[in-house]
Design a protein around this ligand. Structure first.
Ligand code: IMO
Ligand code: MG
Length: 427
């Protein structure tokens, strides 16, 4: 297969970076198609750890072209800082293309994100405060600057002059300070000069590459349950992390997404607010949080912890066509005595077979759980499926049966080589 989409199946932070990094080495092109620097992907390369936010995970591979495609929202300052950090770590050459159609995330988007969250009080979403929502809003409102606009300074000035007064009205209404046009324009021009060589029509670039049979990896950011439409609205992000959104975020035809690999943890986590039917608390949660280092890479917030949630995962498989699964952080469950799996959703004692769209309904959901024994052995050095403890294999096969999708990759420790690969033909 010449293309592969990687999709987070939960609420983000599933360990997509590690798997993306593994496939990036086999790819010609790695594409980020949505989101912005709300993502935090940590990858290990030649023994060095890199925390990537905007840069696609193929950025450390010499022969890979990395693309920030049409559906992304990019803060130029934060992109330049990330590029700088990569260079500082000794990576000299990078191959990055930025779509002329990608949205410019502006300082006022960050100000608005923060002001909104504050104004919402207890109803806040718990965003990463990077301005993601306001940037996507402006895109839908047709009030945003796009990277192609940075290539013509006169046009850029005209657009900013038209847009900024509207944004400033909003900011001032929240009690903030208006942004100065000249300052913003100067900053943008400086950033534009640095980024201009990378800004191009990635739509036609990708179409041509696809026709030529180039191997293209679509790197997902966030997770399916954070999807603006299908996630736990309003506690979601402002784009769609689903593989089905890739065509409209890259300009490639539907048929260009050959394989979809869903990434899930061996348990569930989420950051920010919102319902979480399989959530656990107290000591049980803390043991997993500590062993799994479950603190946000972007915001350092302790992540909320829960068991695997089968109805949630089945829902994601049904809306996004996941054909293969990679299970991450399986080694973490060595620290618990028994493992639970949420197998059914009930409301008022009756099973439901759909994902409630509204919070008021999702909040009523109770889970029915299956309990399995854990394995206490350290599995981090296991490299063959057969060598996993019987209880561990039982956990994997139980999940496969419940989901009806094969678990083709199993990660048993953060290191790149600590992955059991059961299917070598995905990409
Ligand atoms: P990766 O790619 C985990 C969450 C935020 C918040 C909600 C909205 O690392 O998996 P936003 O800033 O996007 O408006 O915040 O979405 N969120 C993530 N949670 N991992 C991510 O990305 C996330 N990106 C956004 O915590 O609840
Ligand atoms: Mg994250």
């Amino acid at each position: 297969m010449s293309t592969l989409a990687i999709e987070g199946m939960q609420w983000g932070d599933e360990g997509k970076g590690k798997i993306t990094d593994y496939y990036a080495a086999k790819a010609d092109i790695v594409v980020r198609s949505q989101g912005g620097n709300n993502a935090g992907h940590s990858i290990q390369h030649n023994g060095v750890r890199y925390a990537l936010r905007l840069l696609p995970s193929g950025i450390l591979q010499k022969n890979v072209v990395n693309i920030l495609a049409d559906g992304t929202v990019i803060n130029p300052a934060s992109l330049l800082e990330e590029i700088d950090n990569i260079h500082k770590k000794g990576v000299e050459e990078i191959h990055l293309l930025i779509s002329t159609r990608a949205t410019v995330l502006m300082p006022y988007h960050i100000a608005l994100d923060k002001a909104r969250e504050e104004a919402l009080g207890d109803a806040k979403i718990g965003t990463t405060k990077n301005g993601i929502g306001p940037a996507y809003e402006d895109r839908s409102a047709r009030l945003s600057l796009r990277f192609g606009d940075l290539l013509d300074k006169e046009y850029l000035r005209k657009r900013l002059h038209a847009i900024l007064p509207l944004k400033n009205k909003e900011i001032v209404a929240y009690g903030g300070e208006a942004f100065e046009e000249e300052t913003l324009y100067k900053e943008l021009c400086e950033e534009a000069d640095k980024l201009a060589p990378m800004i191009t029509d990635t739509t036609s670039y990708l179409q041509k590459a696809y026709k030529e049979g180039k191997k293209i990896l679509f790197e997902g950011a966030q997770g399916a349950m954070l999807c603006l439409t299908y996630g736990t609205f309003p506690y979601v992000t402002s784009s769609s992390p689903l593989a089905t959104a890739i065509p409209s975020n890259t300009g490639l035809p539907l048929s260009a997404v050959n394989e979809v690999l869903g990434i899930m943890k061996a348990y569930t986590t989420r950051v920010g607010e919102g319902p979480f039917p399989s959530e656990i608390f107290g000591e049980e949660a803390q043991t997993i949080r500590d062993k799994g280092h479950e603190y946000g890479t972007v915001t350092h917030r302790p992540r909320r912890i829960g068991w695997l949630d089968i109805p949630q995962l089945k829902y994601v498989i049904s809306i996004s066509g996941v054909k293969h699964i990679a299970i991450m952080l399986l080694d973490v469950l060595s620290v618990v005595d028994e493992i639970k799996i949420l197998t059914k959703y009930t409301i008022d004692g009756k099973e439901i077979d759909y994902m409630p769209a509204s919070l008021w309904e999702l909040e009523k959901v109770k889970g029915e759980f299956l309990t399995l024994p854990s394995w206490k052995e350290d599995i981090s050095s296991v490299r063959k499926y057969e060598d996993l403890p019987a209880n561990c294999r039982n956990y994997i096969s139980t999940i496969e049966k419940l989901l009806g999708v094969s678990i083709d990759l199993i990660s048993v420790s953060p290191e790149a080589e600590a992955t059991i690969i059961r299917n070598h033909n995905i990409f």
